[in-house]
Design a protein. Structure first.
Length: 474
């Protein structure tokens, strides 16, 4: 009895192996994938039902792979998202998601404040100790949400009297130094700060042994540093990055192909069986999806009980815009502009050290005229992880994978680019790429059977500050 059980398990295992091997014994696994999806029997009698039983994700994965293999460089964003598989299952076509940015470390004094800084009601935007020596001052800041009581901050490169470590009001000469302050209180957009180092009061006054507020100018940058708590403190004011709730919509994308296409796929020995005419539906679907994922306006439209959702393109969530040229049609990228892009893209947003640049042909032409760009760019190579041809640019800030985006030309973005941090982009799939059989004969619509390729999906960005748009200056 035991031997029979063992033999049964062995035969079952062999059967499964032979079944899976049979799928890829065709001249093209793409052909097998589409045939399975369509429910067309393959060699050995395998069908979509058998595939679902033994490998339920096989059909959907292979359909998606098959679609992306059709001119992958024509729709690079779609190709890349199917390769990197940053996918989550959506529970509804309308999805709520949260976006949050990292807590900034820099702020500026609000230049509209015109008080003396002596009280919370009279905050200052600049200060000079010529007439008044103050041991504390009230400032109005541009981004009050990032500040807490007991924070420390730095004003860099201030001009102080005297010499380093011997700075006293009235001393001869000047030097430059960074001055640290301590936040004593906060009310609305006004913080009260006290200097911890810098310049001491004049010896003849009451503040001879105390640090006093140094001179600083309007718009001075404040660099927020760590909190400083007393030795008896056991808790602190909580800080939460309250993420903003955003809504995204999974759009229902479809392409319809007649049954004859799938029949020919099962018989042909060639790698790819679509003729140009038959492929037009799938190619159109890919390009339409790409444009919607990039530029679409999110929303919904209700007609009776039927509701249609429109996905929002990722470019609508990106606030960082980098420009080049001098305006009025000039498309020249200077060395300073190029290096400025790299610094702004990689510096200060805690994103990945490798980013993707989807570039229009006009932008690539302009970049090609920058000597530093030409020196650092690597030869064109197929990136198996992304599924498209890339040219990598190395810099001290990080590396850029540059991919030509052909549809940018048709979308009016020929001279533009889109820099993405792929670690912070997610694809939501309400209905993964799938095939549905339509029986048009029984319904009396048409003397043909048909298959519909369908995907209901959307893209979302986390940490929008990690992404950027490049445009020529107006």
């Amino acid at each position: 009895m035991k031997n029979r059980v063992i033999l049964t398990v062995v035969f079952a295992t062999v059967a499964i192996v032979l079944f899976v091997a049979g799928l890829f014994d065709c001249a093209s696994d793409t052909v097998a994938a589409f045939a399975l999806a369509a429910g067309i029997p393959l060699a050995g009698g395998a069908s979509v039902a058998a595939a679902d039983q033994y490998a339920p994700e096989l059909v959907k994965e292979d359909i998606s792979k098959s679609v992306v293999e059709m001119m992958p460089s024509r729709t690079p964003l779609d190709t890349i998202m199917r390769h990197i598989k940053h996918h989550v299952k959506a529970q509804s076509q309308k999805i709520g998601y949260y976006q949050a940015s990292y807590k900034p470390v820099t702020d500026k004094i609000d230049s509209t404040a015109d008080g003396t800084g002596a009280s919370q009601a009279t905050p200052a935007s600049s200060f000079t100790y010529k007439d008044t020596e103050m041991t504390r001052i009230f400032l109005q800041v541009e981004n009050p949400d990032i500040w807490r009581v007991h924070d420390t901050l730095l004003m860099r490169d201030l001009t102080l009297p005297g010499t380093l470590h011997h700075a006293t009001i009235g001393a001869a000469g000047t030097h430059r130094d960074d001055v640290m302050f301590y936040v004593l209180s906060k009310s609305g957009s006004v913080i009260e700060i006290v200097p911890v180092n810098g310049v001491r009061g004049s010896a003849a006054g009451d503040n001879g042994d105390k640090f006093v507020v140094p001179d600083f100018t309007s718009g001075c940058e404040l660099i927020r540093m760590g909190q400083a708590k007393s030795e008896l403190a056991i808790s602190t004011e909580p800080f939460s990055v309250y993420p903003s709730l955003s809504w995204q919509y999974c759009q229902n994308f479809m392409a319809q192909i007649e049954e004859s296409t799938f029949e020919r796929l099962t018989r042909k020995e060639a790698n790819w069986g679509f003729s140009n005419l038959e492929a037009v539906n799938v190619l159109s679907m890919k390009m339409e999806m790409e444009l919607s994922m990039l530029f679409g306006q999110g929303g919904e439209y209700t007609q009776g009980n039927d509701r249609t959702y429109f996905t929002r393109g990722i470019t609508r969530d990106i606030e960082t815009v980098l420009t080049y040229g001098s305006g009025s049609g000039d498309r020249t990228v200077t060395k300073e502009q190029y290096n400025g892009w790299l610094k702004e893209v990689f510096d200060g947003n805690n994103g990945s050290t490798n980013r993707l640049l989807l570039a229009g042909s006009g932008l690539i032409k302009s970049l090609s005229c920058v000597d530093e760009f030409q020196k650092n760019i690597a030869p064109l190579a197929k990136d198996n992880a992304l599924g498209v041809d890339v040219r990598k640019v190395q810099s001290y800030f990080g590396s850029l994978d540059i991919v030509l985006a052909p549809l940018f030309l048709e979308a009016g973005w020929e001279d533009c680019g889109l820099i993405l941090d792929l670690e912070h982009i997610t694809k939501h799939e309400f209905v993964p790429m799938s095939v549905t059989k339509l029986d048009l004969k029984k319904s009396g619509q048409k003397n043909a059977d048909a298959r519909v390729i369908q995907e209901v999906s959307a893209l979302t960005l986390r940490y929008p500050g990690c992404h950027a748009i490049i445009k020529p200056k107006a």
